[in-house]
Design a protein around this ligand. Sequence first.
Ligand code: AMP
Ligand code: MG
Length: 413
Amino acid sequence: MSTPAPMDLERALALMDQAIAARAHPWETERVAVEHALGRVLAEQPAARLDLPPFHKSAMDGFALRAGDPGLPSSPAFPGLPGPFFQVSELVAAGSVATGALAQGQAVRIMTGAPVPAEADRVVMQEHTELRHGWVRLLNTAGPPNICPQGEDIQRGRAVLPTGQRLAAVDLANLAACGLREVLVARRVRLAVISTGDEVVSHPDMLGPGRILDANGPLLAALAHTWGLDLHSQTHARDDAQATRHAVATALEQADLVAISGGVSAGVFDHVQDALRACGLHIAFDRLAVKPGRPMTLAHGPGGMVFGLPGNPVPVYLMFHLFVLRAAATLQGTAWPVRRLRVPLAQDFGRRKVDRLEYIPVRLDAQGRAALLPTHGTAHLLAHGAADGFISVPAGVSSLAAGHAVDLLLLRP
Ligand code: AMP
Ligand code: MG
């Protein structure tokens, strides 16, 4: 039986969130090497093993001077020229330390990244000095200290990143620099992908009259990869009740989430809804008041959660981000990773039918405005090749003027 009317997106998301929250905790964790943690979700708050920087560090190539040292008024190396002057005691490169104490009237020649001698409180950059025969003359005495204090970025014991952080390249670098070799992360969510349809084939050799190549399987597999899900299986089910039921049941055995596309409407050859019920799942909704995506179905139960995605690739693309990715994120204890922005429209928008919330592909132009991309429907995934994401137009809105601020879902990580 269908629900009486297509469900609002908000309500559908709330139902999914509830169902997911019921099974999210405790989620399994594992320890992985930092270099293998890209895209993983932190299940702990890793603490810095050292201060960063680990010592007072010179920010410049130059000369380190003692605190309050005015220098000498004259130098045999610079006859007749104004000072102040300092005698250069030694050269400290990055990776080494000064061997002696820095005395009054002396400077240590120091390179960027080298530890500043304990007695020094400033480094005069090389460009503001003149060096002759072991003496340095300051041309400008007013500059900044040019010292990065020990622990300025982070102190030992402090959290490098919060629990729930999805680790990006920058995070791996920061973890490594803070002395961490391994981190505790959430187990990856296992996703099973099923494409349905007697017309859908996976290889060009299998093409024939009325056949099309599978777009949804490759799309969902690549999205799983993009977002750090573990693609457990990618299969195909014929438009047959038993085959569909078998495909769903098999997927549910091992996967945390199942995404099946096509066959989800009420057509003669649509068997997904029956298969979901036959697998003992409860259908939370089977139609959405969203364009594209009306036949979107969610089923869940003790056996797991299945997303009955529409057959056409554009709603599959959208619904993956709205539902599957959100569910996977919640299971792992992290926020839905899709970025949302308010951006102005680059041109006027108009539509005739206003009954549904509508998602429209756009490209962000150089001014940060949403430029509408021409598309002729829900099968036209090619229109999304140039897209940065979708803007959403609420139900009831028929036109928007250029410059109007709209909500944008950025679908590029
Ligand atoms: P359905 O909901 O099964 O009736 O499918 C709706 C439309 O999506 C039909 O035109 C199907 O041929 C198409 N379709 C279904 N599955 C796929 C797929 N995996 N890749 C590309 N198109 C598909
Ligand atoms: Mg079909």
